[in-house]
Write a protein that binds this ligand. Structure first.
Ligand SMILES: [Zn+2]
Ligand SMILES: [Zn+2]
Length: 129
């Protein structure tokens, strides 16, 4: 367990459903208070799981969102290194189907959606004129 980008903490099921409890458990496991801005991610949303819950301590909210994005990709059978899910059409696509430069890191829109949006925008503009 290290705290570079994140640390993983295991704890048995039972009580502690709240994020607050997760923070306490994470701090106990770390043996020190959580770093400033750290976010505790509850790896298993399913509370009925028999397995110990996995708490992932993220260095910040941005890293936390990255974990969620990766989890979504794994769930649909993709590979986070080569796939992305389009925020608009929700389809799993290759990273090469996305623009490299993005203004918003947490929103990925595929080229098809970007083009479609541009087309709709142009059509709207035409109607107005
Ligand atoms: Zn989370
Ligand atoms: Zn799309």
């Amino acid at each position: 367990m290290k705290l570079g980008n994140y640390a993983v903490v295991y704890h048995k099921g039972g009580k502690g459903k709240s994020t607050r409890a997760h923070r306490v458990i994470a701090e106990l496991a770390l043996g020190k208070p959580l770093p400033q801005g750290a976010v505790v991610h509850h790896h298993f949303g399913d509370t009925n799981t028999k397995y110990p819950r996995q708490l992932v301590i993220c260095q910040d909210q941005a890293y936390h969102m990255l974990i969620h994005a990766r989890t979504r990709i794994y769930r649909v059978g993709g590979n986070p290194y080569i796939n992305r899910i389009c925020s608009t059409c929700k389809l799993l696509k290759l990273v090469t189907d996305f623009y490299k430069v993005l203004s918003d890191k947490h929103r990925y829109e595929c080229l098809t959606c970007v083009k479609e949006r541009a087309m709709l925008w142009r059509m709207k503009k035409k109607k107005k004129n």
